[in-house]
Design a protein around this ligand. Structure first.
Ligand SMILES: [Zn+2]
Ligand SMILES: [Zn+2]
Ligand SMILES: [Zn+2]
Length: 155
């Protein structure tokens, strides 16, 4: 069963003049099924569950194509390989350096910073490409000897 976002991604391929192949559809469906932040290899496992004949190089090429067509994008979350998202699911990531928890935050969170940086430096940030690292609320509370802990109380 194709969901609406699968149909939208397929329509984007069609509009770009690309062919709708079994491989491309399989990768879109794997992206759609995963709520998690899967690496290309984890996505390949998801694809192979239903289409074991599609090879890894094809899956990588398909992801690159999707990125050029704005159907999917990759994000760097902490160390290790990048993770993949369908492009209709734009959000940003905070990753805890202590427990590796990933917290998703809306695009609008960066608006004040985006405007400030553009005004001050002309630099246009792309905050979804990399995550911000730090400590989640629980880990920050558990390590009161943090470098900035003293400054906050002094206002
Ligand atoms: Zn995400
Ligand atoms: Zn944490
Ligand atoms: Zn990258």
């Amino acid at each position: 069963m194709a969901t609406e976002r699968v149909e939208e991604a397929i329509e984007a391929i069609r509009l770009s003049g690309g062919r709708i192949t079994v491989d491309r559809r399989a990768v879109i469906e794997a992206l759609d099924r995963s709520d998690d932040h899967l690496t290309a290899e984890q996505l390949a496992d998801a694809v192979w569950a239903q289409h074991p004949d599609i090879n890894l190089a094809t899956i990588y090429r398909t992801l690159e194509l999707f990125e050029r067509l704005d159907i999917a994008f990759h994000v760097h979350i902490g160390h290790g390989p990048s993770r993949w998202h369908l492009a209709d699911d734009v959000h940003h990531h905070l990753v805890c350096e202590v427990c590796d928890k990933v917290i998703e935050i809306p695009d609008s969170t960066f608006d004040p910073l985006r405007v400030r940086l553009e005004t001050d430096t002309g630099f246009v940030i792309d905050p979804h490409h990399f995550s911000l690292s730090g400590r989640c609320a629980e880990c920050a509370a558990a390590t009161p000897d943090a470098p900035n802990a003293g400054e906050a109380s002094q206002g």
